[in-house]
Design a protein around this ligand. Structure first.
Ligand code: COA
Length: 339
């Protein structure tokens, strides 16, 4: 894992917007988050820092990597993706590089894709990265406070390799989506939708000067270039789908919640995590939470939490670990691992 040095507390955010430490902690559990250096760090460079550690811990070198999967919603460029930039920086030999756009479920999707390539025998050392530089794209005025206080920057990475041990590795992955609510947690602009979807959500767009271009001055003037979130709708769906997809993974492998050594949920909101814990009947020591220190780092949150849990000795060889994500799309998914 890699997180930027700069720590931004709730009190720091109060300089820009009408919010409070109490409000943020009570609703989300977040105390502080990290923000990348404005110009020296990007989503890719943070991903590379995490990748270097993962490659080293896997006991290989960058030259051994034969496929790259990069999950993010905050890429350096609209195109090309971050995967090719990682390949360039790490001087990895010519290989496939895939970018995944599944937001908070991005890392679970990336892991699932990598798992299929490993199981089919196509690749032997897949670098999977989740990284986000949210701080570059948030609305720091009171208008954007329901979103801006939640998100933080950081990166996590793993290397996937085949194993001959049948009781070790990724046991199964489970992926879902429901596009009916795509606009409830989304960044509409810039984009090519030309107001095609839910105009009522984009009411300000109906004056012609914004709706027919990928990007325009009017978009910026009307602050239409920031993410939108219906927080309560996200919350309601998340607390149903998180437990459901964890149970799906357990049931598929004939396990029950008490068999889990560590559940690593995507760090969306501490309240969501606590609700899921209670719903599944898990003890405090069975659920890993670090949103208090990093906020919601979207595609990076699961690998960051996985790394910390492992470094803290909370995950040992042979432990049953469940990863679960939910987010924009809506998409959700889980992975059950025997560490
Ligand atoms: C975003 C979230 C914390 C908001 O909490 P909530 O209880 O739903 O709050 P509401 O949106 O109803 O807003 C309540 C009030 O707080 C205000 N408010 C919103 N953000 C605020 C902030 N950062 N500081 C202070 N007040 C804030 C609202 O303007 C509203 O004020 P009003 O009553 O005067 O209109 C909550 O909905 C949530 O956590 N949802 C899930 C979000 C999530 O997990 N996203 C990531 C998904 S991967």
């Amino acid at each position: 894992m890699y997180v930027p040095e700069s720590v931004i507390t709730n009190k720091d955010l109060m300089k820009f917007m009408d919010t409070s430490d109490e409000w943020i902690q009570e609703r989300t559990g977040i105390k502080e988050r990290r923000y990348a250096h404005r110009t020296n760090e990007t989503t890719t460079t943070m991903g590379v820092e995490a990748a270097k550690i993962a490659i080293n811990r896997a006991g290989i070198t960058a030259a051994d990597i034969d496929f790259i999967i990069f999950a993010t919603l905050s890429p350096d460029y609209y195109f090309p993706g971050c995967g090719v930039l990682v390949q360039r920086i790490l001087k990895i030999k010519e290989c496939g590089a895939l970018d995944i756009r599944n937001q908070c479920t991005g890392f679970v999707y990336a892991l699932s894709v990598g798992d299929q390539f490993i199981k089919s025998g196509m690749y032997k050392n897949i670098l999977v990265i989740g990284s986000e530089k949210h701080s570059f794209g948030l609305d720091y005025t009171t208008r954007g406070r329901n979103i801006s206080v939640i998100f933080g920057d950081g990166a996590g990475a793993v290397v996937l390799q085949p194993t001959v041990n049948e009781n070790q590795g990724i046991l199964s992955t489970h992926l879902h989506s429901d596009g009916d609510s795509a606009e409830l947690l989304a960044m509409y602009n810039p984009g090519t939708h030309a107001n095609h979807w839910v105009p009522e959500k984009l009411a300000d767009f109906n004056d012609g000067d914004m709706g027919d271009m990928f990007m325009s001055h009017a978009m910026i003037d009307k602050a239409q270039n920031f993410p939108f979130m219906d927080g309560q709708a996200v919350f309601k769906k998340a607390i149903v789908k998180f437990p459901e997809v964890v149970m799906e993974a357990l049931t598929a492998n004939n396990y029950k919640p008490s068999d889990i050594k560590m559940l690593i949920p995507h760090q969306a909101n501490l309240r969501i995590s606590q609700y899921v814990q209670q719903k599944l009947g898990l003890r405090d020591d069975q659920v890993y939470n670090n949103i208090q220190r990093y906020g919601n780092t979207t595609a990076a949150s699961i690998p960051i939490a996985l790394c910390e849990a492992w470094q803290d000795g909370k995950i040992q060889d042979g432990d049953l670990v469940c990863l679960a994500g939910f987010g924009s799309g809506f998409t959700w998914g889980s992975a059950l691992l025997r560490w």
